[in-house]
Write a protein that binds this ligand. Sequence first.
Ligand code: COA
Length: 167
Amino acid sequence: MKQLRLDALRDPVAHLAFLETYEEAAARADAFWQDRAVGSGEGSTTARQLIAEAPDGTWAGSVTVLIEEAGTKDWAGYPVERRQGHVVGVFVRPAHRGNGLIKVLFDAGVAWARERGAQRVRLLVHEDNERAQGAYRKAGFVPSGVVVPFFKEAAQNELEFVLDWPS
Ligand SMILES: CC(C)(COP(=O)(O)OP(=O)(O)OC[C@H]1O[C@@H](n2cnc3c(N)ncnc32)[C@H](O)[C@@H]1OP(=O)(O)O)[C@@H](O)C(=O)NCCC(=O)NCCS
């Protein structure tokens, strides 16, 4: 898990895609990675990391779904109006891109969120990360119209994309 994350943070668009830097992640203690693995593993009801494994056993990509509870505030201080999944940490290794793998990961993540009672799934994507936006649209997500300032540079924006389903 640590290796996949460190590789993701060296992607050419990592500065748009992820909030932490490679240097920050590489400096984290092993206990951090252990906690994160447990916190998004099979025993967790609040987060789930979905992993695509290649035939040779290497990890090809991953998404993580966090459950946000109605009545709470999200990481940025905005109110959460319904129980929903929030997708973070989206990454597919370059050799596995463009083949539909990301949709398979999304479908698995959305299915898990629905099992957990989520009423929709959302994510945030940088306005300039057009490839990711294309992948999200193909997975059924649409822009909600919510735009938030980019954490690292307030003059830039992140767009909220959502996937809803009939209740
Ligand atoms: C985001 C990511 C997981 C998407 O997976 P992927 O396999 O590359 O996605 P796909 O190729 O299936 O879909 C991307 C779509 O956008 C299109 N696209 C690619 N570059 C584009 C661009 N610059 N502008 C517009 N569309 C673009 C592709 O053509 C494709 O659509 P198509 O299949 O109809 O041709 C992967 O690219 C990745 O890991 N990127 C680096 C990390 C990242 O950006 N994470 C997202 C953080 S929000």
